[in-house]
Design a protein. Structure first.
Length: 102
């Protein structure tokens, strides 16, 4: 694997794909044919790309206030919730579960 490529695993299907540092989790999903809802087009205007980070939280960008505010309106928010359109890959592997599969 190229050192610039980072692994992202989408549960529950255990599909592992690669992205680049600076990509959002949503970018990685769409570039690899993974159907991840995103009604607002990735603009942090809804919560349809809400996911739970199962592992690798520290491998994502810090949550910005706008994402935190948007997640405040999300059903089923957990301490590990992120919006796929806002969570940037920084390093290491991550494992996520989209909210639609909880």
């Amino acid at each position: 694997m190229d050192t610039d490529r980072l692994k992202v695993t989408f549960l529950p299907d255990c599909i592992t794909v690669e992205g680049r540092s600076g990509d959002t989790v949503l970018d990685v999903a769409l570039e690899n044919g993974i159907d991840l809802p995103h009604e607002c087009g990735g603009n942090c205007a809804c919560t349809t790309c809400h996911l739970r980070v199962e592992s690798g939280w520290a491998h994502l960008s810090l949550m910005e206030p706008v994402e935190n505010e948007r997640l405040a309106t999300a059903e089923n928010r957990t301490a590990n919730s992120r919006l796929a359109c806002q969570a940037l890959l920084v390093s290491g592997p991550i494992v996520v579960t989209p909210i639609e599969t909880w």
